[in-house]
Design a protein around this ligand. Structure first.
Ligand SMILES: Cc1cc2nc3c(=O)[nH]c(=O)nc-3n(C[C@H](O)[C@H](O)[C@H](O)COP(=O)(O)OP(=O)(O)OC[C@H]3O[C@@H](n4cnc5c(N)ncnc54)[C@H](O)[C@@H]3O)c2cc1C
Length: 446
């Protein structure tokens, strides 16, 4: 069987690996000039680092197995993480509160002790809810207020949901929040309730390059800088792929492209299915990598719960990794998710505005987090933006989840938009790839 895999991110590479292992002839098409997809790389002090911050959690066994399988397991390190919230209270005073372990909640001053205890108990118990489908049509805010109390929502959850979902958080299903609580409960150390995060020293790039080398060794052709222009079908059966290399015919085609890209280039799809694809939207993100001559604050991950600050998180990479890995530089990300430009003038400005200007504007707010901050601490600024950062989920999302098989025989899709209520991540990409090839194999046998 001859198969084309579209996209050389984690999902596409895993699909290609599984198909090659089963003896199929595989060609991977990738638009950019590197493998790894969203785990794209930049360099600081001569060391590769992700353009968009990346780490893995201890319970993510699919990505851990892949890291071992391709021979980079010796570079994976588990490092103690620390989390904080920058919170501004009603009087206008702002400060950083530690939020690494559930115990930190007990000292979180903006809430009354009674409310803290209620939120703590609810956070411990909710992961035991087993049927998330019941939470799919309930707004996250409504569910949080009911289970954890109003002040847990206004002081902690609403600002945190804004960090990830911007203004669209109002339409977020409770199932998404439940899945995050369940995930964090699985990744905590039972003894000290702290959290360790995994990182491949020297960058995740090494994982994807080693995986691509392994695939080439198995005979897989990886065509970089070769965007697919059209997916050719007669509406019933797959025919082939058109790229700058011309038209090639395949028995099976697997797309791991963002759904809107797939919808645009796949021909003759039944209108009802095409409409479902078109309704699938994604959040955008801007990440700015700063190198600094000193640290801004002590946490690895700082949620910024202050509406006067235009970014939602400050992630100090070198509060997790040693800065010796980056020629002694301190490295930090400023991150902000936002919905597609049609949602608001602000989203439009972030989507189309000059990235350097946006990044420079954000720097002007760091003094609010650390009053001593001075622009001269920053030695370089590298901003990145993508329009397909994460699927935009909304009420009833579970019922809209797209299946792997499309109505066109021999045409399949595996994307971040199909993992709800779980959150997108490299491990989920591996799982998607494995599950998709299992589904294909069953279909090919029948
Ligand atoms: C800001 C941010 C932070 C993240 N943090 C983490 C984290 O800490 N831990 C974690 O595990 N995950 C994290 N993720 C998520 C993780 O990066 C993704 O879940 C994962 O990389 C998705 O892989 P994928 O292969 O499904 O899709 P993608 O990586 O999007 O791959 C799709 C590929 O298709 C290619 N393509 C597009 N159009 C075409 C075309 N016409 N022809 C050919 N190729 C095309 C693209 O270039 C891309 O390479 C983060 C993501 C973002 C944006």
């Amino acid at each position: 069987m001859r198969a084309a895999v579209l996209g050389a991110g984690v999902t596409g590479l895993v699909v290609a690996r599984e198909l090659a292992k089963r003896g199929h002839e595989v060609v991977v098409y990738e638009a950019s000039d590197a493998v790894g997809g969203l785990v794209m790389s930049h360099e600081v002090g001569g060391t590769p680092i992700e353009a968009f911050y990346h780490h893995i959690f201890t319970h993510e066994h699919h990505i851990r197995a892949l890291i071992d399988a391709v021979g980079v397991g010796d570079k994976l390190e588990w490092l103690p993480s620390s989390v904080g919230i920058f919170h501004r209270d009603a009087s206008g005073a702002g400060r950083v509160w530690p939020f690494t372990t559930p115990r930190d909640l007990l000292t979180f001053g903006p809430m009354r002790l009674r409310d803290r205890l209620r939120m703590g108990a609810a956070s411990v118990l909710t992961p035991y809810v087993t049927d998330w489908r019941k939470l799919d049509d309930i707004p996250a805010g409504e569910w949080i207020i009911k289970t954890m109390g109003a002040s847990a929502y206004t002081e902690i959850w609403e600002p945190m949901l804004r960090v990830k979902w911007s203004e669209v958080h109002a339409n977020l299903p409770a199932a998404w929040v439940w899945a995050r609580l369940a995930q964090r409960a699985r990744s905590r150390d039972r003894k000290d309730m702290g959290e360790k995060l995994g990182y491949i020293r020297g960058g995740f790039k090494q994982l994807y390059e080693a995986l691509a080398d392994e695939l080439r060794g198995r005979g897989v052709k990886i065509r970089l800088a070769t965007p697919v222009r059209r997916i050719l079908t007669d509406g019933r059966r797959i025919d082939g792929i058109e790229s700058d290399d011309g038209v090639e015919h395949f028995d099976e085609v697997v797309s791991t492209l963002p759904v809107p890209v797939f919808a645009k280039i796949a021909e003759n799809l039944p209108p009802e299915y095409a409409a479902r694809l078109e309704a699938t939207e994604y959040m955008w993100v801007i990440c700015v990598i700063l190198t600094l001559d000193r640290s801004v604050q002590p946490a690895y991950w700082l949620n910024v719960a202050d509406r006067t600050i235009p970014f939602g998180a400050l992630i100090e990479h070198t509060n997790l990794l040693p800065r010796e890995d980056y020629a002694g530089h301190h490295v930090a990300y400023l991150g902000r998710y936002f919905p597609p430009p049609s949602y608001s003038p602000e989203a439009e400005r972030l989507a189309t505005g000059d990235l350097e200007e946006i990044a420079e504007g954000w720097l002007g707010h760091l003094y609010k987090i650390n009053p001593e901050f001075d622009r001269s601490w920053v030695t370089s600024v590298a901003p990145f933006r993508t329009s397909y950062a994460a699927p935009l989920v909304s009420l009833g999302q579970g019922k809209r989840r797209l299946p792997f098989a499309t109505p066109v025989e021999g045409l399949w899709i595996a994307t971040m938009a199909q993992i709800y209520p779980d959150d997108r991540g490299q491990s989920e990409g591996v799982r998607l790839g494995l599950d998709l090839v299992k589904a294909m194999s069953l279909d090919l046998r029948s």
